[in-house]
Ligand binder design. Structure first.
Ligand code: GLU
Length: 505
């Protein structure tokens, strides 16, 4: 690597909710920047006004805030290269359009959409390039005076890159190795449109990467076809020496079948493809987000980091610090990364376990409050500690702990069929008497007394404990029984036991 300070950028276009693949792109930029002690920039590429969606920029910023991915410069932060919103950089781009026109690396074209349509209809596989540009209405086929006159008359025009034919353009990609593309397949891409006095993506992207001193362009594979033109533009401007290195990341593939992971896959299989919930401002269509679905940001970061890259160790759980330390573009896979939603859930499960009981209890508290329950923090922490390993999401806690808050109103038939024996009513009646006599109503003490009683009388432990579970919880499920009844307390335990005995036949 050269001695230039590493500077990378995430450069989304605000065209809607940010797809999870875009989140991964930004994460890889972040890890790369941190690893090399460099900077991560947030640049908003909003030069295509027809695709602009209100709220998208705010959504992007909030997503990364939630994920803990911090930018060093950019929209919402500022920095030496402000503004970072391309629509605010018009004046800058105009100058570079002129440079290309003067050097002859670009030309002006007046062809209307209808005229282009006609050419497409007449010529198979038409593209505007070295072979066909002579058929167009452009500054290469018209006199200078004609061109000037048209512009003076306010005719709309575009500026196109003049791509010379028969050249092998080599992209030295940090993920894919050397990729060679012949310039014959490229068209004379539009770089600027007079209609809105704005450059297109290609020109703005290159000019900004240069001016913002970007050293590495890490982006999705879908941008690889643009790279040859970008290489040419660097040459046209004479910026080869500081041209960023490219790294094109593999696609995120559908969980099953071929092709790119889409929102439809998420809808069909029931998982989010966006970091946060998104309401489309035009259609009001709601898309679910990882945050609202109960994911911990650390879990999402860990999960995404391993979609397309692997540090080659035999474990999957890594802190951001570890990911940063280990990250290496050379080990990003060339082939697409299959999206595995079960794995995402597994990560969340693991990250919940990693959290302290107090942290998980604090996340659970608002949910409980919504249901109308408030209990002492210490008790809630103990409850959470008993079942934390059984859940994937904080919301799953209700299913695992509802019996602490609500006495059973019915008794699970399956459990009764399997576990409630002929002797159960008598056993439970006796157990009730024993519990009533215990003054130290703590888990270990009760366990000892009850187990002694079972042993002395030759009762079946399974029958006693499962019948007991059914009376207290309503089904043969849940964590350690004596821990449960310690929290419920003697009075409530006996109340439930007697209520069950009156009902279960
Ligand atoms: N604006 C492009 C996007 O929406 C940026 C591509 C790039 O990183 O060069 O992803």
């Amino acid at each position: 690597m050269s001695d230039r300070r590493v500077r990378v950028r995430f450069a989304p276009s605000p065209t809607g909710a940010l797809h999870i693949g875009g989140v991964r792109t930004c994460l890889y930029n972040y890890l790369f920047a941190k690893k090399h002690g460099g900077d991560l920039l947030l640049r908003i590429e909003d030069t295509d006004s027809t695709r602009f969606v209100p709220g998208a920029e705010e959504y992007i910023i909030e997503s990364f805030k939630w994920l803990g991915i911090k930018f060093d410069e950019g929209v919402g932060i500022g920095g030496d290269h402000a503004p970072y919103r391309q629509s605010e950089r018009r004046d800058i781009y105009r100058k570079y359009v002129d440079i290309l026109l003067k050097s002859g690396n670009a030309y002006i074209a007046f062809d209307t959409p209808e005229e282009l349509e006609k050419l497409r209809a007449e010529i198979p596989n038409f593209q505007y390039d070295a072979k066909t540009r002579s058929m167009g209405k452009n500054s290469l086929t018209m006199s200078e005076d004609e061109v000037k006159a048209k512009i003076a008359a306010g005719e709309k025009y575009v500026v196109r890159a003049k791509v010379e034919p028969n050249e092998d353009i080599v992209i030295d990609d940090m993920v894919r190795g050397k990729v060679t593309i012949n310039s014959n397949v490229l068209d004379d891409k539009v770089l600027y449109k007079s209609a809105d006095d704005l450059p297109t993506y290609h020109l703005a992207n290159i000019v900004d990467d240069h001016l913002m001193e970007v050293t590495h362009v890490i982006r999705g594979e879908e941008w690889l076809p643009s790279a040859p033109l970008h290489v040419l533009l660097y040459r046209y401007f004479g910026w080869q020496d500081t041209m960023p290195r490219f790294a094109h990341l593999p696609l995120l593939l559908k969980p099953v079948g071929n092709g790119k992971l889409s929102k439809r896959d998420g809808d069909k299989l029931g998982f989010p493809v966006f970091p946060l919930r998104w309401v489309d401002p035009k259609t009001n269509e709601v898309s679910s987000g990882y945050r609202e679905s109960g994911y911990l940001p650390e879990a999402v970061v860990n999960f995404l980091a391993l979609l397309g890259w692997n540090p080659g160790l035999d474990r999957d759980l890594f802190t951001v610090e570890e990911l940063t330390e280990l990250f290496d573009l050379g080990h990003v896979s060339k082939s697409g990364a299959r999206f595995d939603y079960e794995k995402a859930k597994w990560f969340n499960h693991e990250y919940i376990i990693k959290k302290s009981d107090a942290e998980v209890a604090a996340m659970y508290k608002p949910l409980l409050k919504e249901k109308g329950y408030e209990i002492a923090d210490a008790t809630l922490e103990r409850i959470v500690g008993m079942v934390k390993t059984r859940i994937s999401f904080v919301a799953d806690l209700w299913e695992e702990t509802n019996f602490f808050f609500e006495a059973p109103t019915e008794y699970d038939e399956k459990s009764i069929k399997k576990r409630w024996k002929e002797e159960s009513p008598a056993l439970m009646a006796e157990l009730g008497k024993i519990l009533e006599g215990i003054s130290d109503f703590t888990s270990a003490n009760m366990e000892k007394i009850v187990m002694d009683w079972i042993e002395k009388n030759g009762h079946n432990t399974g029958t006693v404990m499962n019948s007991f579970r059914i009376t207290i919880i309503g089904a043969a499920r849940g964590p350690h029984m004596f821990d449960i009844i310690e929290i419920l307390g003697k009075e409530e335990t006996l109340r439930r036991l007697n209520a069950a005995l009156a009902v279960i036949k």
